[in-house]
Design a protein around this ligand. Structure first.
Ligand SMILES: Cc1cc2nc3c(=O)[nH]c(=O)nc-3n(C[C@H](O)[C@H](O)[C@H](O)COP(=O)(O)O)c2cc1C
Length: 218
């Protein structure tokens, strides 16, 4: 597939056929993903390929409250969990079904991705706002992984539900000290691969010289 087509058409996949994905294919996907950029090439990624059903079900238990909170908050905030003005809603209905999470035991591939914080230069650490730059050393790896999965006939989605429960997930997954649980990625053969993606046009986010400059036109 042509690179630009892949970039423009790799939508999130949350439903998978029951076709098994061999570990050799997961290895091949990770073997591509590792070529991602990271600050000073420190490659801070760690990946747990979670096959054990009991661990997966425990992951679901930890993710469920975040999904419930998301649903409760989605009607109140444009972006639930945003770091600027988010406050946990007072009323949260528990155990709201989530189609993908309900299938966690049988999703072909479940990957927990962690980042070693000692290997990330966090340039905006210590600011009054939460740090952001460190993510740039790990999420390109996650995105490479998803693009490579597509090239291997797979689809998938990056999620961060479990990151909310990092403290509880730490003993479950054996997350090493000083590591952040940055994503849980689900992969499999897509029931349907969305390719027509809704994204805002360049003029809506790119400006000349300054962020308050005129829109960058084609
Ligand atoms: C950092 C990040 C976190 C995400 N977390 C979740 C999640 O917790 N659950 C989920 O279903 N999708 C999650 N997604 C997938 C996004 O919802 C999806 O990429 C976005 O809606 C665009 O979908 P599309 O590419 O199909 O248009 C996440 C994506 C990113 C990049």
């Amino acid at each position: 597939m042509e690179l630009r087509d892949a970039i423009r058409s790799s939508g999130a996949v949350r439903q998978f056929t029951d076709e098994e994905v061999p570990l050799s294919k997961v290895h091949a996907v990770l073997d591509d993903a590792r070529f991602a950029a990271s600050g000073s090439n420190r490659q801070p990624w760690r990946v747990a390929v979670v096959e054990d059903t009991k661990i997966r079900e425990s992951m679901l238990e930890l993710m469920q409250p975040t999904w419930d909170e998301w649903i409760a908050a989605a009607g109140i905030y444009e972006t639930p969990f945003n770091a600027i003005d988010y406050v946990t809603p007072t009323e949260i209905t528990p155990n709201i079904p989530n189609g993908m999470l309900a299938e966690i035991a049988t999703i072909p591939v479940v990957l927990a991705v962690a980042a070693d914080l000692r290997r990330i230069a966090m340039m905006d650490n210590g600011f009054e706002r939460p740090p952001m730059t460190g993510g740039a050393s790990i999420y390109p790896f996650c995105w490479n992984l998803l693009l490579s999965a597509r090239a291997h006939g797979l689809g998938g989605v990056m999620t961060t539900f479990l990151s909310r429960a990092e403290a509880e997930a730490q003993p479950l997954l054996g997350l090493p000290e000083h590591h952040a649980l940055v994503a849980t990625i689900f992969l499999g053969v897509p029931v349907h691969q969305p390719t027509k993606l809704k994204r805002l046009p360049v003029e809506s986010f790119a400006t000349l010289n300054r962020f308050d400059g005129p829109p960058l036109e084609a």
